[in-house]
Ligand binder design. Structure first.
Ligand code: GRG
Length: 424
């Protein structure tokens, strides 16, 4: 990972300077302040580790490490109760802009009516089977998290720029394109992982086989590219084609592993950015470019999307340990089974160095997956990863708060909190 790329991921650009060995010498001990922050429940009703974590000053070297990994958050000590310091949470009936609280999904959905019908119109395919496969996931069962962020960001930028209350047709198209790129990547990802279920139903590869699934993913991607070209803005085209490169590079990074612990965390966060956050960041940037000529606003939109996107994936990695398959619509502990060491494992490994060997062999010995899962649940890996996600969300809120107040801006603030408390 180059210095430039690191700075892209971490605004302070200091990650490689973090001595990972600090983790080896001092075990992480955090005060778990149950009165603050979010609590997520696992399927069996037990409380999991999503409380806000307040650092204990006795374990400063450990905390310094986490801090250096998140150098975007210089005032980390001044926000010990992050989850309760932001404004648009349930305890307030009014948002920062003074307007009445609105559910971000309801607010965003006003501009997304007919989203899936419109996507299906983009997938104009004469071959019956290919059409059926390509349309398979556009059934309204996904969260539509990306389109929602995109239209809210479009409105927030338009209002910031000239108080315009409308979403342009080209901006709405970005919401469709983002969902199509996302879906194409899911179809390909399931082939790579040989996955059998997603969103509570069989995967495309399971029903139609790998070869056809790859082609269906390609087809969705090509339809997205045609829709993108139709917008006719070369800046926006290059912003969104960067996403496709990042997705592929992110997936490639995931196929490799690092022996060195310093590199392992940087590798994980770079993969996280490329596989998940780049699409959200660049889609947000694209609608800001379409709605407002100011590069400062483009950067705000990008930074918001990047930070929310990283937090979203960190929580996804936590849910793989704390949720159950019914809730997720796909098997859990899936990452370990695929040989992947995500945030909770990397943090747990600092407390249980015996996990190192398992990470290196990608949990491929009998019993590795179960043992690693137990180590993670005994460690504070889940809390640490949740805490890291909170810092990214806080950074997202800091960025978006630079825009002029609006309901949409507040909904984006709220959405970043929903990312932290989501259970699927
Ligand atoms: C074909 C563009 C393209 C890329 C090929 C396979 C690959 C390279 C990239 C995989 C990218 C990937 C699947 C990342 C996972 C991102 C993620 C967290 C998905 C889950 O998102 P949710 O929870 O899913 O929003 P729903 O089902 O709600 O849409």
């Amino acid at each position: 990972m180059s210095t430039k790329q690191l700075k892209e991921c971490f605004p302070g650009g200091k990650i490689l300077m973090a001595p990972m060995s600090a983790l080896m010498t001092t075990r992480g001990r955090y005060t778990d302040d149950a009165s603050a922050g979010s609590v997520s429940k696992s399927c069996n009703g037990t409380r999991t580790n999503a409380h806000l974590i307040v650092p204990n000053r006795l374990s400063m070297s450990y905390f310094n490490l986490v801090k250096s990994l998140t150098s975007a958050f210089p005032n980390i000590y001044s926000i010990p109760r992050f989850h309760h310091t932001t404004s648009a949470v349930c305890c307030h009936s009014k948002t920062r802009s003074g307007e009445k609280y609105t559910d971000p999904f309801k607010l965003g959905w006003r501009d997304l009516k007919g989203l899936y019908e419109d996507i299906r119109k983009e997938l104009l395919i004469s071959t019956k089977e290919l059409k059926e496969m390509s349309e398979y996931y556009f059934d309204g069962k996904g969260k539509a998290f990306r389109p929602i962020i995109v239209v809210l960001m479009a409105r927030a930028c338009n209002i910031h720029h000239n108080n315009s209350r409308d979403v342009q047709a080209s901006q709405r198209s970005i919401a469709l394109i983002a969902e199509m790129i996302h879906t194409a990547s899911l179809v390909h990802d399931d082939v790579i992982d040989d996955a059998s279920s997603r969103r509570g139903k069989h995967t495309v590869n399971k029903i139609w086989g790998e070869k056809k699934a790859v082609l269906a993913g390609d087809l969705i991607l090509s339809a997205a590219s045609i829709a993108l070209a139709r917008i006719g803005n070369t800046t926006v085209i290059s912003i969104l084609t960067q996403v496709i490169e990042d997705l592929v590079r992110g997936e490639f990074l995931q196929l490799g592993s690092k022996e060195n612990e310093n590199e392992r965390f940087a590798h994980y966060l770079e993969k996280t950015f490329k596989k998940t956050a780049s699409l959200i960041a660049n889609s947000c940037k694209a609608v800001s470019v379409l709605g407002c000529p100011d590069p400062v606003v483009h950067e705000i939109a990008y930074q918001y999307g990047k930070n929310v996107g990283i937090a979203f994936q960190l929580i996804d990695d936590v849910l793989d340990f704390t949720s159950c398959s019914d809730q997720m619509g796909k098997p859990t502990a899936a990452d370990l089974k695929l040989g992947l060491a995500t945030g909770p494992v990397l943090f747990a490994c600092q407390q249980f160095p015996e996990m190192n060997a398992m990470i290196m062999r990608r949990f491929n010995l009998p019993g590795d997956v179960d043992r690693a899962r137990q180590y993670v649940l005994q460690s504070d890996g889940v809390q640490q990863t949740t805490y890291l996600a909170q810092r990214y969300c806080h950074e997202a809120i800091r960025e978006i708060s630079k825009l002029r107040p609006s309901r949409e801006r507040d909904a984006l603030i709220q959405l970043s909190e929903i990312v932290l408390t989501r259970d699927k």
